[in-house]
Design a protein around this ligand. Structure first.
Ligand code: FES
Length: 103
């Protein structure tokens, strides 16, 4: 279930630089950690900050507004003030592109 969408070229995804895209009305943040890629909702569940403006620390994204943290692999809300997990999305590499599966 879900539909695969081309989200970004691999060249646009640099280690430690979260990358925000809008696809079919979804705000998505893409991340590269080593040779692994991850995708989450780009909207913090606390207020409306964009996580792609935050700081990536290993597999944790820190929100730029109040420094709440999420695990980008599981979406789990890790540190105050965030309490609600963020959505995560499956990703796959197709040629030079990262694709994201959206519901
Ligand atoms: Fe993200 Fe407050 S808006 S921690």
């Amino acid at each position: 279930q879900g539909t695969w969408h081309a989200a970004a070229t691999l060249g646009e995804l640099n280690e430690g630089e979260p990358y925000g895209v809008e696809i079919a009305g979804h705000h998505i943040a893409l991340y590269r950690v080593g040779n692994e890629y991850y995708a989450t909702s780009n909207i913090c569940t606390h207020e409306e900050a964009l996580l792609s403006d935050g700081v990536l620390d290993g597999c944790e994204i820190e929100c730029p507004l109040h420094m709440g943290r999420f695990d980008i692999n599981t979406g789990e809300a890790l540190t105050s003030p965030v309490e609600i997990d963020i959505q995560t999305y499956p990703v796959r590499v197709a040629g030079d592109w990262l694709e994201v599966c959206l519901p």
